[in-house]
Design a protein around this ligand. Structure first.
Ligand code: HEM
Length: 149
C-alpha cells in the first residue's frame, strides 16, 4: 500500500507539472495575443487542478498514515525540526503544497467567474504561475524522477 501510493504520488507530479506549464503558456499567449478562451484552455486548467487535488489527497494519506519519514517526525516533533529531511516532509513540503493548492483554486475560480476572455487568461496566467512556482520550490527534487518500484 505504501509503495503503491508513493509511486502514484511521484508519477502524478509529472501530470501536474506538464498540464500546469502548458496551461500557463497558453494563458500568457491568450492574454497578450488577445486570443479567444477555448475549450482547451478550460480543460487544461481542469486537468491541472484535479490532479493537484488528487496528489494532495495522496500526500495527506502518506503524511498522516503511511510515510516512515513523517511517523519518525511525529514521534519527536521538536527534535525533527533540527533534521533537514524530517523538517522538509513534516513542515515545508505540506505547507508549500497546500499554499499551491489554494493559489490554483483561486485562479480557476477567478477564470471561471470572469466574463471577458482577457480576464480569464490573465487570472489563469498569474495564479497558476504562482501556484507552479511554489510547487517547483517545494518538490523534493533529490528523490527519483521516475519511481517505478
Ligand atoms: C498536502 C499535500 C502533500 C503532502 C502532505 C505530501 C506528503 C508527502 C510525503 C509524506 C512524502 C514522503 C513520502 C515518503 O517517502 O515516505 C512526499 C513525497 C513526495 N511528494 Fe508530496 N505531498 C503533498 C503534495 C505533493 C504535490 C502536490 C506534489 C507534486 C505535484 C508532491 C510531490 C512529491 C514528490 C515528487 C515526492 C517524492 C516521491 C518519491 O520519493 O518518489 N507532493 N509527499
Amino acid at each position: 500500500m505504501y509503495s503503491f501510493i508513493l509511486i502514484a504520488h511521484s508519477m502524478i507530479r509529472w501530470i501536474v507539472l506538464v498540464s500546469g506549464l502548458i496551461a500557463v503558456f497558453l494563458a500568457f499567449a491568450g492574454w497578450f495575443g488577445k486570443n479567444d478562451w477555448i475549450k482547451t484552455n478550460d480543460r487544461l486548467g481542469a486537468v491541472y487542478v484535479v490532479f493537484l487535488d488528487l496528489n494532495v489527497l495522496l500526500g495527506l494519506i502518506l503524511y498522516l498514515f503511511l510515510s516512515p519519514i513523517t511517523q519518525a517526525a511525529f514521534s519527536n516533533f521538536g527534535a525533527a525540526m533540527g533534521d533537514s529531511l524530517l523538517r522538509f516532509f513534516a513542515v515545508e513540503h505540506i505547507f508549500g503544497m497546500l499554499v499551491a493548492l489554494v493559489l490554483a483554486h483561486v485562479g480557476r475560480a477567478l477564470s471561471k467567474k470572469a466574463t471577458e476572455t482577457v480576464k480569464k487568461h490573465r487570472a489563469t496566467a498569474i495564479w497558476y504561475t504562482l501556484s507552479l512556482l511554489v510547487i517547483l520550490a517545494t518538490i523534493p527534487w533529490d528523490r527519483p524522477f521516475l519511481r517505478l518500484g
